[in-house]
Design a protein around this ligand. Structure first.
Ligand SMILES: NC(=O)c1ccc[n+]([C@@H]2O[C@H](COP(=O)([O-])OP(=O)(O)OC[C@H]3O[C@@H](n4cnc5c(N)ncnc54)[C@H](OP(=O)(O)O)[C@@H]3O)[C@@H](O)[C@H]2O)c1
Length: 332
């Protein structure tokens, strides 16, 4: 079968399309004929050796995929050949077939096509866990979303609205803000791209305070990090929750702890994958909620760009260059 392979750590130019052995089914697993895989920022980090989990070399990148079960291993009870599933495997998605543990798969509801299913799991899974279990977001609260037109960003806007929050979207260009508004954001503003200096950081804090009537945001969702984090923490409300999602801008910021004292606020870590491993039943309940929201038209994964497997390295370049909006899909 054909698969994208990382044979040497580095940028997307190091990725290769290779002919490799198709996986053989083993007990407790299914083989899925992959139709769609979706790319996430962690995939870009993993091919460079910069992610917290690193598979042995060579490996096929891609954390999530959707397709049709073609083989069923001994002991599998939830799936049969021909079932439509999505698989959250962490790696291996950008290939014609994938071997997936039964526990890593879920049935695709009738309301969803393969692209939407592949686009939904990591972004909406992360964001619902972040807003519900970690931030305890309440109706009427203000939610600030950084990198708001990206994969997890757009998912957070839609979920924040579905949970009754007032959502403020922050992103680096007007067309990104336009997309956020189309997905339900109440307010949107452009922040500068690049390393923010002191004045730009102050401006960012002031802008958030202005949009929240001087009170600050109750919940901040931050997948960007770097020089964006401190000014946003300074613009949280009293007893606010600051969600640490990721560091797409590069550096992991160091934060003066006195800010949390002055605001009575919390800095809350979010690691969805680790939580899923420890609490699979809670995650299943979250996904039942996501499927209901999708069927009701309240969430709608935005697939902005599609690549073929042959061109899949270009999808990595697109994401890494801050060009992606919503989700980027690779079709096998
Ligand atoms: N904690 C978890 O469980 C979890 C789960 C999934 C993802 N994540 C993390 O969430 C972050 C976003 O992931 P994603 O898949 O949504 O990525 P994405 O679609 O590429 O979105 C990232 C956003 O970050 C902003 N950004 C700022 N500086 C950037 C830079 N130098 N390069 C690229 N983007 C930059 C961009 O928006 P602007 O141009 O508008 O600034 C972009 O839209 C990543 O750090 C990822 O590791 C965490």
């Amino acid at each position: 079968m054909k698969a994208l392979q990382c044979v040497e750590l580095g940028g997307p130019d190091k990725l290769q399309i290779n002919e490799i052995e198709a996986p053989e089914v083993i007990p407790g697993h299914v083989v899925v004929d992959v139709k769609s895989g979706s790319i996430n920022f962690p995939d870009v980090l993993m091919i460079q050796g910069l992610y917290q989990f690193q598979p042995p070399m060579p490996f096929t990148p891609g954390g999530e995929s959707a397709g049709i079960v073609s083989e069923v291993g001994e002991g599998v009870s939830k799936f049969k050949v021909g079932d439509k599933v999505f698989a959250m495997t962490g790696v291996g998605a950008f290939a014609e077939k994938i071997l997936a543990a039964e526990a890593s798969c879920m049935a695709i509801p009738d309301s969803m096509d393969f692209d939407s299913a592949a686009a939904l799991s990591m972004t909406y899974g992360t964001s619902l866990y972040a807003l519900k279990q970690r931030a305890n977001l309440q109706p009427g609260e203000t939610l600030l979303v950084l990198g708001a037109s990206g994969g997890v960003g757009l998912a957070t806007i839609e979920l924040g609205k579905a949970m009754g929050a007032k959502v403020i979207a922050a992103a680096s260009t007007q067309d990104k803000i336009d997309m956020c508004m189309a997905h339900g954001a109440d307010e949107g503003f452009i922040y500068p791209s690049g390393d923010l200096d002191r004045d730009q950081q102050k401006e960012l804090s002031n802008k958030i305070k202005e949009l929240t009537g001087g009170l600050g945001a109750n919940v901040v969702y931050d997948p960007v990090g770097d020089s964006y984090s401190e000014p946003c923490l300074r613009a949280t409300a009293w007893e606010g929750r600051y969600l640490v999602i990721g560091f797409a801008a590069g550096q992991i910021p160091k934060i003066p702890l006195n800010i949390t004292l002055l605001k009575g606020c919390q800095i809350v870590g979010v690691f969805w994958g680790a939580w899923v491993g420890q609490f699979p039943d809670e995650n299943k309940k979250n996904f039942d909620e996501l499927f209901s929201l999708h069927a009701a038209g309240k969430i709608n994964p935005e697939v902005s760009q599609k690549y073929s497997l042959a061109d899949s390295a270009d999808a990595f370049t697109h994401l890494a260059n801050r060009k992606a909006k919503g989700k980027v899909i690779i079709n096998m």
